[in-house]
Each structure stands twice: as C-alpha cells, then as structure tokens.
Write a protein that binds this ligand. Structure first.
Ligand SMILES: O=C(O)CCC(=O)C(=O)O
Ligand SMILES: [Fe+2]
Length: 309
C-alpha cells in the first residue's frame, strides 16, 4: 500500500489558475481556452473584481445566515412558488443514499428588470448595494471570458453571449450555507454534477470543500480570497458542440466548520433555445451536431428528472 507520503507525492493538488492581468491578452485568451477544453473548471486571479467588494459580499451573506430562523423566513421561498428564488432549508436523500444538507438563498442579480427585491435580505443596509455592484462586476468578467471562448471557437467575440440570449442572459446569486457535519461520511454538501446553466463564478469562505473531477480523480480546489473559481457549465459545452467541457464538481462537508459559498450562475432566459452554434455545425461528419437544441426550461426539467439530453 502506498504510504501517506507517496500518496501526497502523486496527488494532483489543484485545478489550473489563469492570471488575467498579463498584458499579453492573446496569451490570457489562449490559456482560458485551453483550460476550458481540458478541465471545464479553473481559477482566475487579478480578474479586476475588487477584493474589498468580494469581502463585503461574503460579510453581508454570512450575516444573513447568522440571523434567527424567523428573520431568515422573511425571504423564504413560498411553498407554492414555481421559481427557485428565496431562502430554502434542505435535507435530502437520493437513490444512491447520498444525502445533501445545506441551506440556500437564491435571488436574481441581473438584469435589473428581472430582480425581485422581495427575496433580497433586508438585515444589512449594504446588502443591496453590494450585490448590485457585484452583479455588474461578474457580468463584465463573464462577458470577457465568453468573448475569449468565442474567439477560441473561431467565432466573433459576442457569439457565445448571443447564443445564451445576449442581454436577456440572467445572473442568479446562490448563497449556500453548509453547516458542520460531524461523522457522516456519505454526506455531500453538493453531490457530483455539472452545472446546467452557461457559466458559473464561485467564491467561498475560508473553509475548503469544492472538488473537481478530472482523469478519474477528485481534486481539491484550493483558493484564497483573491480567487474566483470559473466553472464552464452545460450550455457553453453544448453551444461549442463539445469543444469546451462542463466541469464536473462536488462539495464536501467539513466536520467542525461551517462552509459558505457564493456561486453566481449565468443562464439563459427560460424561453430561450440553446444548442450548438450554427457556425460550428456544418453538417459534415466531423462537425455534425453532437447535441439537440432545447428550450432552457425544458433542458432544466429534463436534467433534474434525469431524462435523456
Ligand atoms: O459550494 C460549492 O462549492 C459548490 C456548489 C455547487 O456546485 C452548486 O451549487 O452548483
Ligand atoms: Fe455546481
């Protein structure tokens, strides 16, 4: 049996990191394209989003989860709602017996016309301003990365953004509160999955737990408060006709510490149809479409019900 030392020596520690501040933009673009083809999950540093804004976003979100239950219930997701927005407490067991246990707060942060402030916590006078500011910054970063990925497909810069719905693309904030989970080995904070939206941007508190699946191994994603984790999700994979990977990931629980994460999901409007970009599927064998187009509402439904896609 391999000793702990040997195991440590062969362990691939981390997902790739791309420094966006390199003045050679072509080089940065090529690096983003490469990690999206090979990994579908990577980290970016010097991404332009102020560290102080990220700190404040985490601060106001953490304060929300520290409130007494009755105060969190003020923004609870109504039981009859057909939408995921609002605060939700979850315990759940799937057919493999994998349990998930986490509290969620979902609310749209962009575009302004789709925001429902009813689901934004009111406890902190800064909550709204900080989230609005973060939305603008994430959208900018998202469009920059989608621009590079579009060019990496030989297309114009706007191609993936337009494929996802252009200015109708929605950004959904999810704050996930994973309480400590003593001694329950089977319990994942988030079971293995790929995200069903277009692209995801995740930050978290100091407790690590995110893992990426690559070459049959689960790899710990290490981060600090300067990092943003980028996850290429299903719709970019499908628009690229499989050229980009949607990164498989999961979140483990900590036995003594509370983990909180803040993924933002860039996703099409529910009525928008997404499929391989027409320029990429020319009909000959090599470029035959690998995926069927779906109205996003239908895609979500089928993925959640585990129907063929
Ligand atoms: O909390 C995390 O690090 C991962 C959460 C996640 O993958 C998700 O909500 O889709
Ligand atoms: Fe995810």
């Amino acid at each position: 049996m391999a000793s702990e030392k040997e195991k440590a020596a062969v362990k691939i520690q981390d997902v790739p990191v791309v420094d966006l501040s390199n003045p050679d933009e072509d080089l940065v673009a090529r690096a983003v394209v490469k990690v999206s083809q090979e990994w579908g999950i990577f980290k970016v540093v010097n991404h332009g989003i102020p560290k102080e804004l990220m700190r404040r976003l985490k601060e106001v979100g953490t304060e929300f989860f520290e409130l007494p239950d009755k105060d969190k219930e003020v923004v609870a997701r109504p039981a009859t709602s057909t939408n995921i927005e609002g605060y939700n407490r979850n315990t759940y067991k799937n057919e493999e017996g994998i349990q998930t246990w986490a509290d969620h707060l979902f609310h749209t942060i962009w575009p302004p016309s789709r925001i429902n402030y009813r689901f934004w916590p009111k406890h902190s006078p800064d909550y709204r301003e900080v989230n609005e500011e973060y939305a603008k910054e994430i959208k900018k970063l998202s469009e920059k990365i989608m621009g590079w990925l579009s060019e990496g497909l030989g297309l114009h810069r706007e191609a993936l953004k337009e494929g996802l719905g252009g200015e109708t693309v929605e950004y959904m904030m999810k704050v996930i509160f994973y309480p400590p989970c003593p001694g329950l080995d089977l319990l994942y904070g988030a079971p293995p999955h790929t995200d069903l939206n277009g692209i995801t941007f995740l930050i978290a508190n100091e407790v690590h737990g995110l893992q990426a699946f690559k070459d049959n191994k689960w790899i710990d994603v290490e981060y600090d408060d300067s990092v943003i984790i980028v996850i290429i999700a299903d719709q970019i994979k499908r628009m690229s006709n499989g050229k980009y990977k949607s990164g498989e990931h999961r979140a483990t629980m900590d036995t003594v510490k509370t983990r909180i994460s803040w993924p933002v999901f860039a996703e099409p409007n529910l009525d928008h149809v997404v499929g391989p970009l027409p320029e990429l599927v020319t009909g000959d064998d090599d470029n035959a479409p690998k995926f069927k187009p779906f109205v996003y509402r239908e895609y979500k439904y089928r993925k959640l019900k585990r129907l063929p896609l």
